[in-house]
Write a protein that binds this ligand. Structure first.
Ligand code: ASP
Ligand code: MG
Length: 417
């Protein structure tokens, strides 16, 4: 039986193709995989800074620019790098050609400037690879139903790569970037943060505050839906052979591919929340809906909630909303005051939400308790708690951000050796 030829999509971000030297280095990395016997399709971003410049041009001419023309402008960054990388590959003896979104075609809806992918035609690309030519695909772009160029939202070439990997049924989608993987937490806050070797899609989505800049969220959602294995790698380090058992970087995969499920995989934080306390409300059925109904109608996103009832037949409701929606939330509640019948309301924006995340929580017990004990030992007061199947979040005073995150990182055994 002939051995199956591994098929890989390799995606290079803006810093990886920032100048001609970097593009030459990328060409060498691609060559290595081709010579290792893989079928390779490449996806590129624009040179770093280029898309920002193009967006600026549009905004300078008109803040209310036509999104169709915006897409025609900003998609050019990727057109340039796809052609340049094809030339760089040809120069070192690798057959290659560029592909624009419309040529594949990669079809999108008509939500210009943030279009969603509707389908990717894999036929032409497969034929291209089979004939020994490496397709170099311009990321971030596609074509709408009427034939006009559409782009996928900032950071969208990650999503192009994942969609392509799904359509090509690739063994892996390698995302080359300027960091060497996904970390247990923000290394600028916790020095002992370490690289995660394998992380589940759900965890990656929950750890957005740690990893959001590494992969576009939409690309992770798509990878989860299509079960695309995503390897995050640094293009600034020596690249591995394609199918080695051990790869550097971080692998983002489905839960069942992760053998060792730690109770906690990573720790995230958010400074984007504010706390609202509504006090002394008559304790009777319908209190929660009197508060959260109007907030929902006003499009205020409520995240964490606790209700605490006193002995005097009144109750307090504490919850969090995005800081940007705080003023609106307060106004809505003041308007509803005769209906809710609360005595007092207070708010606090000086808070941080810290979340510990791990699919291992489904099978380990005591994860939340470790969190509460660790914080209590540091005399850090927990103001609000919320939990989900793979996450425990607490709200604490913002001044404890560093202390709490470092203590938790140690408590869950995440510190680098
Ligand atoms: N060049 C686009 C951007 O800067 C797409 C990408 O890099 O993923 O947003
Ligand atoms: Mg990016």
């Amino acid at each position: 039986m002939p051995l199956k030829i591994p098929r890989i999509v390799m995606k290079f971000g803006g810093t990886s193709v920032a100048d001609l030297d970097r593009i030459r280095a990328v060409a060498k990395t691609v060559k290595k995989q081709v010579e290792a016997g893989c079928e390779v399709s490449v996806v590129v971003s624009a040179m770093s800074g280029v898309t920002n410049q193009l967006v600026d041009y549009c905004q300078s001419l008109s803040p209310l620019f036509d999104p169709y023309e915006y897409d025609a402008v900003v998609a050019t960054g990727e057109q340039v790098t796809s052609g340049l990388l094809a030339i760089a590959l040809q120069t070192i003896g690798i057959k290659a050609r560029s592909w624009q979104g419309w040529q594949i075609p990669l079809k999108t809806d008509d939500a210009h400037s943030k279009a969603r992918i509707e389908s990717v035609d894999s036929e032409a690309l497969i034929e291209c690879m089979k004939s020994g030519v490496v397709p170099v695909v311009a990321g971030f772009q596609g074509v709408d139903g009427t034939g006009r160029i559409a782009t996928l939202g900032r950071g969208g070439s990650d999503t192009s790569a994942v969609a392509l990997a799904a359509a090509l049924k690739a063994d892996r989608c390698d995302i080359y970037t300027d960091v060497d993987g996904i970390y247990t937490t923000d290394p600028r806050i916790v020095e002992k943060a370490r690289r995660i070797k394998a992380i589940a899609y759900e965890e990656m989505l929950e750890l957005a505050s740690v990893g959001a800049k590494v992969l576009q969220t939409r690309s992770v959602e798509l990878a989860m839906k299509e079960k695309v294995r995503v390897q995050v790698l640094s293009s600034f380090e020596d690249s591995p052979a394609a199918m080695e058992d051990f790869l550097p970087g971080s692998l983002v995969v489905s839960e069942d591919e992760i053998v060792e499920k730690e109770q906690v995989t990573g720790i995230a934080y958010s400074l984007n929340e504010a706390k609202v306390v509504v006090k002394n409300i008559p304790d009777q059925p319908g209190v929660a809906s009197a508060i959260f109904g109007p907030l929902a109608s006003g499009n205020v996103n409520v995240d964490m909630i606790v209700q605490s009832s006193g002995s005097d037949n009144t109750t307090d409701m504490t919850f969090t909303v995005p800081k940007t929606e705080l003023a609106q939330a307060v106004q809505i509640l003041e308007n509803e005051r005769p209906n809710i019948r609360f005595k007092e309301m207070s708010t606090d924006s000086d808070v941080v939400k810290i979340s510990v995340v791990g699919i291992g929580m489904k099978s380990h017990t005591g994860v939340a308790n470790t969190m509460f004990r660790t914080l209590a030992e540091r005399s850090i007061n927990v103001q609000v708690i919320s939990t989900s199947e793979i996450k425990v979040s607490v709200l604490v005073a913002a001044e404890y951000k560093e202390l709490a995150m470092r203590a938790l990182h140690t408590a869950y055994g995440l510190d680098a050796k």
